[in-house]
Design a protein around this ligand. Sequence first.
Ligand SMILES: [Zn+2]
Ligand SMILES: [Zn+2]
Length: 105
Amino acid sequence: MDRAHVRWCAACGAALPPEATARRRYCGAACDARAYRRRRKLDRIARAAVAALTDQADPGTRITRRVCPGCGNGFIAGGGGHRADAVCCSPRCRQRKHRTHTAVR
Ligand SMILES: [Zn+2]
Ligand SMILES: [Zn+2]
């Protein structure tokens, strides 16, 4: 068996069948679809991050760069993982902010 000709699935690492064509990168349709979805998601997040960091966010996408009042860290609202109207970077920060608010009162 000539191992030099064995190629591996780019998504899950399983060996590709020997009859797989040279262009084939995934062991099956499931890995193909998964890799496609991940690529699209990374693409979207990267675009959102670039838009926010350059302050050229498209108003239609509602992506904004904000500073979390809970921890002071910057985060991207409307990008990966945060709602467009998010005020804090995480639920924990939101609670902390809420607590300090009521404590000051
Ligand atoms: Zn696979
Ligand atoms: Zn925070």
